[in-house]
Design a protein around this ligand. Structure first.
Ligand SMILES: NC(=O)c1ccc[n+]([C@@H]2O[C@H](COP(=O)([O-])OP(=O)(O)OC[C@H]3O[C@@H](n4cnc5c(N)ncnc54)[C@H](O)[C@@H]3O)[C@@H](O)[C@H]2O)c1
Length: 357
């Protein structure tokens, strides 16, 4: 449960203040490497919070009562990963991770899918030029709001209902964000994916909003695909995509497919953003309990999430310095085993830091 014990807030100075929640399992290991990179960036102060499964099991507190307000007082938040088999209902992860997304209204889930080295792509004859797009996943509505219930639970007559919430405001702001992003970056293609042929109520709203907004961006080719067709085309011809926008569930699934195109879950970064407000950054992967404590987790998704954070906070130069260091390490093969290198988590992180300094 959310607890009453309060969390301290650091005194502010001119630097960027970043709240860090390492979390569970490999989240702690990749966070150590990501914060190691952040320590090489001038003018960033880190404040670490112990929230995660250990803390919950010890104190019964998932996140203190003033935890969301505390997080809101930082410039940005970094989270490693949450999830632990000792907490079977994952309630601490729900409060900390989903809670932060919902309470801070982080409605944009931003997931760049960029192949850093041709040899990491599982598709035949595809190169870096072919895999370079971004996915905007709606992050505060859809099937993940927990609406629904179970009747006659744990009986043969059980009925379980999970409702999908789509609001005009919620759909409008994420589709608007996708068009604005494309517009600002001079991109020419925005694809909206839904399942309006089968989910005739909720996804008719997505269709309506997309039709409403696309004429405002005549220079952008606005296309629609059903989500199943999008999954097919992401494998057959990823080069045709620049910006994809979709709902919470579909975005969750296709960004894992996107991670596979980049070389695996360990490579994928994400931002949970409310433009102009405190936002949260995290690698796409989870806590991977079987890998925890073995120094094998790939820290690149976490390190690239730190770069996304700096880019979003207006530190584009620092962000691109980190991206270049990561790319150089990948090209040199100084990586963890999941992407073919010989190194452990700590050594792969150190190889990136060395290139930064
Ligand atoms: N954002 C989050 O914190 C988040 C996201 C997904 C899952 N989870 C939680 O994490 C726990 C484990 O979930 P899961 O196994 O479905 O997903 P996972 O992402 O932890 O692992 C899936 C697969 O990817 C591999 N993998 C993941 N990250 C890697 C990395 N950095 N380097 C190398 N290989 C990596 C794992 O070995 C595993 O085979 C669950 O409790 C789940 O709820 C948390």
């Amino acid at each position: 449960m959310q607890g009453k014990n309060s969390s301290t807030v650091p005194a502010r100075s001119g630097s960027l203040h970043v709240a860090v929640i390492a979390g569970d399992g490999i989240g702690r290991e990749v966070t150590a490497e990501a914060t190691g990179v952040l320590r090489e960036v001038a003018g960033v102060e880190l404040h670490e919070f112990p929230w995660g499964a250990d803390h919950y099991l010890k104190t019964g507190v998932t996140i203190p009562a003033d935890g969301y307000d505390t997080l809101r007082s930082f410039d940005a938040i970094f989270i490693g990963a949450l999830g632990d088999p000792r907490v079977p209902d994952n309630r601490h992860a729900r409060d900390i991770l989903l809670g932060t997304r919902f309470e801070l209204d982080l409605y944009v889930n931003y997931r760049p899918v960029r192949l850093l080295d041709d040899r990491l792509c599982p598709l035949k004859n595809r190169t870096r030029q072919d895999v370079d797009f971004v996915v905007f996943r709606e992050n505060t509505e859809g099937l993940y709001v927990g609406a629904g219930g179970r009747m006659r639970p744990d009986t043969p007559d059980e009925i379980a209902i999970q409702e999908e919430i789509n609001t005009y405001r919620g759909v409008h702001r994420i589709i608007r964000h996708a068009f604005e992003f494309a517009n600002e970056r001079g991109l020419r293609r925005v694809c909206m994916a839904d399942k309006s042929n089968a989910m005739t109520h909720g996804h008719a709203l997505w269709q309506r909003v997309f039709r409403e907004l696309s004429p405002e961006y005549p220079q952008i080719q606005a296309t629609h695909l059903y989500i199943d067709a999008l999954a097919l085309l992401l494998v057959q011809s990823p080069d045709q995509f620049e910006v994809i926008v979709t709902n919470n569930l579909f975005g969750d699934i296709i960004t894992d497919l996107g991670a596979a195109l980049q070389g695996g879950l360990g490579m994928a970064a994400s931002g949970n953003i409310h433009p102009g407000r405190t936002s949260m950054f995290e690698p796409v992967h989870g806590s991977a309990p079987p890998l925890a404590g073995k120094n094998v987790a790939n820290p690149i998704g976490a390190i690239l999430s730190v770069a996304l954070m700096l880019e979003t906070l207006g530190r584009a130069e620092d962000a691109s310095r980190i991206e270049h260091a990561v790319e150089a390490s990948v090209r040199a093969g100084e990586t963890t085993r999941d992407i073919g290198g010989p190194l452990g988590t700590r050594e792969a992180g150190a190889a990136i830091v060395r290139r930064l300094t």
